[in-house]
Every structure is written in structure tokens, then in C-alpha cells.
Write a protein that binds this ligand. Sequence first.
Ligand SMILES: *Cc1c(COP(=O)(O)O)cnc(C)c1O
Length: 360
Amino acid sequence: MARSHNFSAGPTAVPLEVLNQAYDEFHDFAGTGMSIMEMSHRSPIFRAIAEQTEADLRELLEVPAHYRVLFVQGGASLQFAQVPMNLAGDNGSVDYLHTGLWSGKAIEAARQYCEVRVVASAQGTGFDRVPAVEDWQLNPKAAYLHYTENETVHGVQFAEPPASEAPLVCDACSSLLSKPIDIARHGLVYAAAQKNMGVAGLTVVIMDPALLDRCHGFTPDILNYACISDAQSMLNTPATFPWYLTGLTLQWIKRSGGLQVLHQRNQTKASLLYETLDGSDGFYRNPVQPAYRSINNVPFRLADQALEAAFLREAEAAGLHGLKGHASVGGIRASLYNAISVEAVAALCEFMGAFARRYG
Ligand SMILES: *Cc1c(COP(=O)(O)O)cnc(C)c1O
């Protein structure tokens, strides 16, 4: 079996151990003669999987015991709307930090529900940083402050959650479970599974129950966090197979040593790649200020942009998949999520060195 080195921004690689386990259990889960996909979400077997997944997520992320964990559908993009629908409150004004493409989309979605104040934007410098805290125009009375922990397209990541009097809402779609995060500092954290913790179809929402009081009014039950929480995320049929796959992935993360160990490995991977970029005498260039460089997504350009098509073609031929940059910024992007091995990144760096020698 030949497995590609997969640097796709998502969906992306799933750990081989997880794929193998799912394969082994595919036709007959635990002697039931049925696939997980064929079972009722209300069956004792699926309920046990759902509960174990939540318990493992709580353990790995050290989620405060009173926080709610919801398993929903619609991706992180639905959260762009669902967050303001539920949390803006009456006459709500909400604060957003604008640090790249994804926070921009979150802002546009929120504008349809409430008054959005952009507290700070890095647009003027091409989204190469998190704007300096001194320049943020925070509204302490905002219904919440939203930030995007890791900008998947621009490769910008927060070093720390922002300090905020308003409840902090975090789009952690491309970084949740790639490193520890202080959940207790947040009112709500959301992430879709297809980056660091499974496959497309499942989205995790972790929230402070103090915010549940706001979820009323025009929000339909199916999108209302309070209703979803009351129904243990089974108001309707949940995405059972992705939920199961996330459960297997969380067990793999635990076997791998947990988030501290994964974080170290992710930092090692990112350092390898940034050193290759910075040591290339300008052949390659990552535009992000070093303090804000992402460990999850590394966008870069070639000094001679006309060579980028050849770079992508030759990389693909060398078994290095998914390196094309997002359409909005072009160039190259390597995503280094949890399932990507150090060896895969080393192979990429070796390829980059050889390519630079050949064309430099
Ligand atoms: C991928 C991503 C999204 C969108 O996720 P979908 O599941 O496709 O809706 C939102 N925010 C960030 C930071 C992302 O990386």
C-alpha cells in the first residue's frame, strides 16, 4: 500500500491506525453483524461511543466539568451564523478580530444578525500578524469577542487567547487538539473535525453554560445551543460515522501521549519547514511575522512565482500531495495537522532543498 504524504488544508490525512481500526470494524462492529453506519444513533452501542468520545475530548482538553460539549453538523461555517444567532442577545453588539480570510467570513456572517465591531484588522499589512493589543478597540459591553485562533489560509496563529472582559468565542477549527488550549478562558470554542480530529461532517462546540440563557427568541430549535444541549446533541440524527471516527482519533491522540506530546511534535514539524524556508536565501518566502507563524498551516511563495506550477507538479510526482495554496492567496501551503508525521515534513523539506538547487 502506497500512502501519500498529505499536506492538504482539510479534509486531510487520518492516522493510519485509525483508518485500519475503522476498516477492521467496518462490516461488523463488535460482533453485532452491523456497521456503525447501519446502527440507530439511539442504540446502546452508539450511545456508548458518543459518551466515550465526549469523555475523551473533555480529558484531552481539560474542559471544565460544568461546560457543555455539543456535537453538531454544518461545519465551522455554520458556527459563523449560529454563534451570533444564539449569543448576540437583544440589541447585541459583538466584537471581532480580523486576522485573515476565515475571521473575515465570520464577520460577514455575523453582520446579518447583529451590529459587528471590528476591534482590529491586519488587512492593511496583508494579514501577516495579529494586530498589536494596544491598538484593539475593545467594547467591554460587547456580547462577545470572537477570534480565529489559527488562520488556515494566511498561516497566522495567536500565541495566547486574547484577554477580554466580554465572553471569548474562538474559531479553533484548524488548531483544536493540535496543542493545549485554556478552555476555561473561553465562553465558546468551536471546530470542525476534518483538520486535527477526524473527518468532515462533525463539528464540536464547547461552551460555558452561563451563555445558554441567551439562546432564545427567533433561533430555531435545531440551531439553538440550549435545545441541542438538552437533547445531548441528538435533537435529530447526528453524523454517526464522523462522530465514531473522531472517537477513534481521540483514542489515537491519547495513545500518542496527549496534547503536550502532539504539540511538541507539531512544533518540531513547523520548525523544520520554517528553517527550510528561512534558510533558502530567498528562494522561498513565508510572509508572516515570526511571532505569529502558525504551526498548523504554512503558506509560502517562490521568489520566482512562475516556478510554482512546476513546484506543485514535481511535488505531486514525488508523493507530496495537497500543497496548492488557497485560491485567495495563491502560492503554496503545507498543512501540518496531527496526522502528518515528522518524516513527511522531512520529505517535503528535502524535496524543497533539491528543487531550489535545481532551479535556483
Ligand atoms: C476550515 C475552516 C473553517 C470552515 O470549516 P467548514 O467545516 O468547511 O465549514 C472555518 N474556520 C477555520 C479557521 C477553518 O480552518
